[in-house]
Design a protein around this ligand. Structure first.
Ligand code: ADP
Ligand code: ADP
Length: 228
C-alpha cells in the first residue's frame, strides 16, 4: 500500500533529515515508527502525505507516485488520513461541521450524506453527543478522537499518525489509543509515530527504529520486542 524507496530529504541545503530510507507498509499492516527526537520520524510520514517534498528516491501510495507533479495532491491527502500531535480542528466550526467540511469540499459529497457519515463516525469514537459543540469545549482526548473521525470520514485507504497522544494528559491517552487499536483490528493500514510501546506490542506488525535520518531497524514486532 505504501512503498518508500531510497528516500533522501533535505531541509535547505545544509541538513539532511532522511538518508536513503526504504520501507513499506502492506495493506492492513500496522507499522510503528519510533526513535529519538529529531531522528526524522515526523519528516518521513509527512513525505508520504506530500506535506514535505523530498529530493531523492520514490514514494508510492496505492500505486500513486507522491513526488510526481501530475499527482492530484488534495485527493491523495484525502485518501491518506493524517492525525497530528495537535488536533488541528477548525476552532470556529462545530464538531459535526469539522467532520463534514472536507467531505463536501474535497469529495463533493452532498450535505445530508456527509452528516450521516459524520454522525456514524462520531458514534464510533464515542462522541455522538458532542456533535453540536465547538472544539474548545472538548477535552484534548476528545478533540483527538474527533480528528481521527474526521480523517476516517474521507474513507482513507491508509492512516498516518504523528505522535497522536504526546500532547495529551495521561488520563486521556488510553481513550485515543483504544480508538486506534480498534481501527488496527478492523484492518486499517496504519503508519504510527509514537512512543507508546504498549500500543506497539498490542497491534503493530512491524516496528521501525530511526536514528539521525536513517532507518536503522525494521523488524517484525516479535523480533523487535523479543518473543512473548
Ligand atoms: P522527529 O519526528 O523524529 O522528532 P523530525 O522529522 O521532526 O524528527 O525532524 C528531523 C530533523 O529535521 C530535526 O533535526 C528537525 O530539527 C529537522 N527539521 C524538521 N522540520 C524542519 C524544517 N521545517 N526545517 C528545518 N529543519 C527541520
Ligand atoms: P511535529 O513533530 O508534530 O512535526 P515539530 O515540533 O517537530 O512538530 O515541528 C513543528 C513545525 O516546525 C513543523 O512544521 C516542522 O517542519 C517545523 N520545524 C521543526 N524543526 C525545525 C527546524 N529545525 N527548523 C525549522 N523548522 C522546523
Amino acid at each position: 500500500m505504501i512503498e518508500i524507496s531510497h528516500v533522501d530529504k533535505w531541509y535547505g541545503t545544509a541538513f539532511q533529515a532522511l538518508k536513503d530510507c526504504t520501507t513499506s507498509v502492506a495493506k492492513g499492516e500496522v507499522v510503528v515508527v519510533c526513535g529519538p527526537s529529531g531522528s526524522g520520524k515526523s519528516t518521513l510520514i509527512k513525505c508520504v502525505n506530500a506535506l514535505e517534498p523530498f529530493q531523492g528516491g520514490k514514494i508510492t501510495v496505492d500505486g500513486i507516485s507522491v513526488g510526481d507533479p501530475k499527482t492530484d495532491l488534495p485527493k491523495l491527502r484525502a485518501r491518506v488520513g493524517m492525525v497530528f500531535q495537535h488536533f488541528e480542528l477548525f476552532p470556529h466550526l462545530r464538531i459535526i461541521d469539522n467532520l463534514c467540511l472536507a467531505q463536501e469540499k474535497v469529495l463533493g459529497r452532498p450535505h445530508a450524506e456527509a452528516v450521516a457519515k459524520a454522525s456514524k463516525l462520531l458514534d464510533r469514537v464515542g462522541l455522538k453527543i458532542q456533535a453540536q459543540k465547538y472544539p474548545a469545549e472538548l477535552s484534548g482526548g476528545q478533540q483527538q478522537r474527533v480528528a481521527i473521525a474526521r480523517a476516517l470520514a474521507m474513507d482513507p485507504i491508509a492512516m498516518l499518525f504523528d505522535e497522536p497522544t504526546s500532547a495529551l494528559d495521561p488520563e486521556m491517552i488510553s481513550e485515543v489509543l483504544d480508538v486506534m487499536v480498534d481501527l488496527a483490528r478492523d484492518g486499517m493500514t496504519m503508519m504510527v509515530v509514537t512512543h507508546e510501546m504498549g500500543f506497539a506490542r498490542k497491534v503493530a506488525n512491524r516496528v521501525i527504529f530511526m536514528d539521525q535520518g536513517e532507518i536503522v531497524e525494521d523488524a517484525l514486532k516479535d523480533d523487535f520486542f523479543g518473543k512473548p
